[in-house]
Design a protein around this ligand. Structure first.
Ligand SMILES: *[C@@H]1O[C@H](CO)[C@@H](O)[C@H](O)[C@H]1NC(C)=O
Ligand SMILES: *[C@@H]1O[C@H](CO)[C@@H](O)[C@H](O)[C@H]1NC(C)=O
Ligand SMILES: *[C@@H]1O[C@H](CO)[C@@H](O)[C@H](O)[C@H]1NC(C)=O
Length: 350
């Protein structure tokens, strides 16, 4: 589904086979020494089971993990309660609990796959009608960004007309909204290598937006959850998210009388909308947990974001000097303008 070829090619030349054998042997030797050094390090932490120790290696040598077949007599069970849930039987050295969306080659030395690792992730929930808009948006994000598209109309090959599409990640599932995708595909352990995560609608105008500059400002002002300022448009809009011409960033605002029970609470502060949020890694680790499995349009999520950062009125804000235009093109990918209308009478008392 993520467009990764499954085919594994067998080494063609005998050269390669020889290298594979040598690598394997070296891996075994290396693994043996690691294995030997384990028990002395933390015998107290391990609940040693049956017999001897398992040589464990961090290399790609699968020959080593195979002997962990429970029936193999050379094996032992290592029980480490502090391991991630489900991995308690594994020695810590073998555990990799987080991953990323970096693309790997099918050949060569894995260490050379990634000349540079993107530090940020941007996702758009898209349909084919928005190719022009998304093409323009993607071009505002440098090579420091992994591009991830969620396709809600099942159309993916149409995007190949764009050069960048070949290095983007495409996830295609029909008729879902971006919070459905985010819950399923952006688990914090999956996106753990990214400092910031942009989860954006498809109908945003980005003429006045530069992603690198945006990140600089977010860091400078300590924003864990943010959004670009919105060009005031005709629709019903929160004061908080309107772009201000005279500042880099703002974190609070005045709303209509009676709308804010406290100046530090939404929608006067600690508040961004859900059409173009940007999360720090840590903030996202919290927010992901708050997304209910039946959340469709994201209603209410914006008012609740503040629960994930402390103090929320200082770490949630709007970046004014890198701003976007909300074009309000009705589509599955962008339903947040509907939300604005429905929000007003939902109460979020503690
Ligand atoms: C492992 O051992 C169990 C019981 O000793 C046996 O039922 C099972 O078939 C064995 N599995 C393999 C893969 O040999
Ligand atoms: C990527 O990020 C690094 C570090 O922040 C920065 O120096 C570099 O200019 C960025 N690359 C691009 C293409 O903007
Ligand atoms: C909000 O809901 C309350 C009752 O829960 C109602 O009395 C009030 O009129 C509603 N306000 C608006 C603006 O619809």
């Amino acid at each position: 589904m993520m467009g990764t070829p499954h085919r594994r090619e067998a080494p063609k030349k005998s050269n390669d086979s020889a290298r594979l054998v040598i690598t394997t042997i070296m891996g075994v030797v290396f693994g043996f020494f690691i294995g030997v050094s384990f028990p002395s390090v933390s015998v107290s932490k391990f609940n040693l089971g049956l017999t001897t120790s398992v040589p464990v290696s961090n290399t790609n040598t699968f020959a080593i993990s195979r002997p962990m077949d429970p029936n193999s007599s050379a094996d032992i069970k290592v029980y480490v309660p502090t391991n991630p849930r489900g991995a308690e039987l594994l020695p810590p050295g073998i555990i990799v609990s987080e991953t990323d969306f970096y693309l790997r080659r099918l050949w060569g030395d894995p260490n050379e796959d990634l000349p540079s690792k993107p530090r940020y992730l941007v996702t758009f929930t898209v349909g084919i009608d928005q190719t022009r808009n998304i093409d323009a948006a993607v071009k505002k994000f440098s090579s420091n960004f992994t591009i991830l598209l969620f396709h809600y109309d099942g159309k993916t090959s149409e995007w190949d007309q764009f050069e960048w599409s070949k290095r983007a990640i495409h996830i295609s599932i029909r008729k879902q909204t971006k919070w459905w995708y985010a819950k399923r595909f952006l688990h914090p352990d999956i996106v753990a290598s990214y400092d910031y995560i942009f989860i954006w609608d498809e109908d945003l105008g980005v003429e006045h937006f530069n992603a690198e500059r945006y990140i600089e400002l977010v860091k400078k002002h300590g924003l864990a959850i943010s959004q670009p300022g919105l060009e005031p448009n005709k629709g019903l809009t929160w004061q908080m998210t309107k772009r201000r011409g005279d500042s880099e960033v703002h974190k609070e605002t005045e709303e209509k009388p009676g709308w804010c029970s406290d100046p530090h609470l939404p929608p006067c502060a600690a508040f961004v909308e859900i059409m173009a949020p940007v999360f720090s890694r840590d903030a996202w680790r919290c927010v992901w947990h708050m997304i209910q499995n039946d959340l469709v349009h994201g209603w209410g999520l914006d008012f609740a974001l503040r629960r994930c950062v402390e103090p929320a009125h200082e770490k949630i804000g709007v970046v004014d000097s890198q701003w976007i235009i909300h074009q309000v093109i009705p589509s599955l990918g962008s339903q947040s303008h509907v939300e604005v209308i429905l929000h007003i009478n939902i109460s979020f008392g503690d």
